[in-house]
Design a protein around this ligand. Structure first.
Ligand code: MRU
Length: 366
């Protein structure tokens, strides 16, 4: 079941804030409620945000009152700018919006009407959502080839069906391994402060029947040091041209400790997460979220009154700590600048290798 989809002129998605205790589906009928759902993290995870924003823009385009094509394009650009600002780090958000804008621009250039531009917008969003699921399944197959059997992996944040349209990225790899009948145990970083690991990843793994254990983020180093982990698997929100990678806060220390203990660190992400416009990670905008996420637990204040908190939602892992990227066009290894560039070009031109043709690389060491 897809976690984000379009039905009856509305965007439908699971409200991730209530999980695992309440499974509530939101029906969003205007662009303003889509924007709030992204900003307040009812929907989260880079690919899920990208697909939701694309559907949200298609919705805005269908509802816009513009009577002629040029006015509709201008209105769509304004809506896209508003949605773009909802969360700054995940580049998939801008990517999804730009795909819809390109589609209506092309339709207009080809002589299309307001009505045909509206249809083109929705088709583009649907295509993007379908492509996400396909990319995830491919990454699952490629990534599964990197892991031994049996294996124990550490996973940070949530990268499953909830964080995508379906199947997941890093958790998609775990799923592919499990579906192949191989043994995999996941050490689930709880992922402070919003507990995407303890709430969402543990919920998804439970549904899939994958053995897992939740650990506090600070325990990961100890498991790595004791030789109890075969690989670390994470997703990404933005990958710079040199491979520096923004992901959920806490990913960077995990990567450093993995490297110090000779454990492979894999980033599993579609090429839509690669931002070739940024030379390195220094230029990646890092979202700062509200202090209350750190100072409160389940609505209860835990720090003394008057205590301040800093709450950067993402950190940047230097490319040198990353053993390989798993993308929908295959496993990308250093040197990253040319390899990522080729992966993006291959995906853009549809030069996608058959998954079965990927050689089995075995377990790589950093
Ligand atoms: O703040 P979030 O929960 O949206 O952060 C999500 C992550 O950091 C994920 O690891 C990333 O988006 C990859 S999801 C496939």
């Amino acid at each position: 079941m897809r976690t984000v989809y379009w039905q009856d002129d509305s965007v439908r998605l699971i409200d991730q804030r209530g999980l695992p205790n309440r499974v509530v589906w939101l029906i969003l009928g205007d662009e303003a409620s889509v924007l709030v759902a992204i900003r307040d993290m009812a929907v989260r995870g880079a690919p899920a945000i990208g697909a939701t924003a694309a559907f949200g823009l298609a919705l805005a385009i269908r509802r816009a009152s513009a009577a002629e094509p040029r006015a509709l394009l201008d209105a769509a650009r304004r809506s896209a700018d508003a949605l773009r600002a909802a969360r700054p780090t995940a580049v998939n958000l801008a990517w999804g919006l730009d795909a819809v804008l390109r589609a209506i621009d092309a339709d207009m250039q080809a002589g299309g009407s307001v009505a045909s531009m509206r249809r083109a917008a929705l088709r583009a969003a649907e295509r993007l959502a379908d492509a996400d699921v396909e990319a995830n399944r491919r990454m699952g197959t490629f990534g599964a080839q990197l892991l031994p059997d049996p294996c124990t992996v550490i996973h940070h944040c949530n990268t499953g069906a909830l964080a995508t349209v379906d199947y997941g990225t890093a958790l998609g790899v775990v799923r592919a391994v499990h579906e192949a009948g191989r043994q995999v145990h996941v050490l689930v970083d709880e992922t402070r402060p919003r507990l995407q690991g303890a709430r969402l990843t543990a919920w998804e793994l439970g549904q899939l029947g994958v053995p897992h254990t939740v650990i506090v983020d600070g325990a990961a180093g100890s498991f790595l040091q004791r030789g109890q982990v075969d690989a670390v698997l994470v997703g990404a929100d933005r990958i710079a041209a040199n491979g520096d990678t923004a992901n959920k806060i806490g990913t960077y220390p995990l990567a450093v400790v993995a490297a110090a203990n000779g454990v492979p660190f894999y980033v599993v992400a579609p090429t839509s997460t690669v931002d070739l416009a940024l030379a390195d990670g220094a230029g990646i905008p890092i979202e700062l979220r509200d202090e209350s996420e750190v100072l409160e637990l389940a609505g209860q204040r835990v720090a003394p009154a008057g205590t301040r908190a800093a709450n950067p939602a993402f950190d940047v892992t230097p490319h040198a700590c990353i053993t390989a990227f798993v993308t929908e066009v295959g496993v990308v290894r250093p040197p990253y600048p040319p390899a990522l560039q080729s992966a993006v070009s291959a995906a853009a031109s549809g030069q996608v290798p058959a998954v079965a043709s990927q050689p089995t690389p075995g377990v790589a060491k950093p």
